[in-house]
Design a protein around this ligand. Structure first.
Ligand code: ARG
Length: 411
């Protein structure tokens, strides 16, 4: 018997894959649906309904796992602490979910004694890379089957296949876009979005309102962090899943978190992607503000360089690489004093930091103030500047022929 565990989302492609695996690969399909909070903001079919659909299409078994907590604690928070934003734009929602799904695919394959895992990715995207590389890292003996890629199935032919074999696609309503979503954000691509000159039509967005429709009254939010992890919203302690869920709604209602990114895929092409990531946008902004206050300049500069590499690793499916883990250890160490509160103002698509405080603040009012109570030693500035400017004065004299001042002029 030929058992295969399939990463099943309930959408068109993976539904078609259940049927293909059963009939073209002669496999017994175990459908695995991993809940990453995709339904938090948009009420699609529930998880049980997705499992039932898998069975109806022909899966011999269907497993549903609620991994929201694990997703946030093990993937989202480390990425937030790292400041990981791909190419300065994309907070990496999809990219962070894939290694977690792949890890569970391998675990469920073990549980069911399966010899292979499968996914519904095309041969053109990043997700196939993330799945294949992760499974190859964690369970190299498992075969990875990618029917959509192997048969070069287009979206239209997947629809035809579904119609031909009576596979229900009503729940996905034949969306003109390809969508992937989890707690950390929503990724939308394909259809009219493939023309990078075309403004995304209104129906692309489901978590965010257009900024012109956002309330006129700004909304102020306060986020508390402990060691770089968000722990409370407006003074109320919340677990990560609840905090992100609530912030997605709050910030989305003010039109925050729309991203239109022309990005460089791992497979070498540029693609136009639309993202909605209200909570991620607010939390990255807030976290950065708290680091501005609690990290030294050197630490902040170095960490910003690490963030670029860290984001590239996540994007490229190298989450379980030693290198990503080493960088994560460095990042975790930098977060020891990133504790405090940040206040932001959400208004008409904008999210602005308007206040921050921390018991570990390196901003010291007594040093910064121009008012009475100034503890800064301005007298010491003279000697400091004299030595600070010494190399440049030396060069000017020796290499640029600037004359040394006469004794009187120097006075
Ligand atoms: N371009 C994004 C990424 O690579 C989003 C991918 C969305 N995936 C999807 N199957 N629609 O992370």
């Amino acid at each position: 018997m030929n058992r295969v565990v399939l990463a099943y989302s309930g959408g068109l492609d993976t539904s078609v894959v259940i049927h293909m695996l059963t009939h073209r690969y002669d496999a017994d399909v175990i459908a695995l649906t991993v809940d990453l909070g995709a339904n938090e903001n948009k009420n699609d079919a529930g998880m049980a309904e997705i499992a039932a659909r898998a069975r109806r299409i022909g899966a011999v078994d269907a497993v549903v796992l609620d991994t929201r907590r694990e997703f946030v604690d093990d993937f989202v928070w480390p990425a937030l602490q790292a400041g990981a934003i791909y190419e300065g734009e994309y907070p990496l929602a999809t990219a962070l979910g894939r290694p977690l799904i792949a890890r569970h695919l391998a675990a469920v394959a073990r549980r069911f004694g399966a010899s292979a895992v499968a996914h519904g990715c095309t041969g053109k995207g990043n997700d196939q890379v993330r799945f294949d590389v992760t499974v190859g890292t964690l369970a190299p003996d498992l075969r990875v089957i990618a029917p959509i890629r192997e048969w070069s199935l287009s979206r239209e032919s997947a629809l035809d296949y579904a119609a031909e074999h009576g596979i229900p696609v009503t729940a996905t309503k034949r969306s003109p876009y390809s969508v992937d979503q989890n707690l950390w954000g929503r990724s939308i691509e394909a259809g009219i979005l493939e023309d990078p000159w075309v403004e995304p039509p209104a129906d692309v967005y489901q978590w965010t309102v257009d900024s012109s429709d956002a309330p006129r009254e700004p909304r102020s939010v306060e986020i508390a962090f402990e060691r770089g992890v968000p722990v409370a919203l407006d003074g109320e302690r919340l677990d990560g899943v609840a905090l992100i869920g609530r912030l997605n709604e709050l910030a989305g209602a003010h039109g925050i978190g729309r991203i239109d990114h022309l990005e460089n895929r791992v497979v070498g092409i540029k693609s136009r992607e639309i993202y909605e990531a209200p909570a991620a946008t607010v939390l990255h902004r807030a976290h950065q503000a708290l680091e501005d206050m609690t990290l030294t300049r050197d630490s902040a500069r170095f960490k910003a360089r690490v963030a670029i590499d860290y984001a590239d690793l996540v994007y490229s499916g190298l989450w379980f690489s030693q290198h990503r883990e080493d960088l994560a250890a460095y990042v975790a160490s930098t977060q020891r004093y990133v504790t405090g509160e940040v206040r932001l103002k959400l208004s008409k698509g904008n999210c602005m930091v308007v206040g921050r405080r921390s018991a570990f603040s390196l901003y010291q009012h007594a040093l910064a103030t121009y008012d009475r109570g100034d503890k800064f030693d301005s007298k010491a500035a003279e000697g400091f500047i004299s030595l600070f400017g010494l190399p440049q004065r030396t060069q000017a004299r020796v290499q640029r022929g600037v004359a040394e001042p006469t004794a009187e002029a120097a006075r």
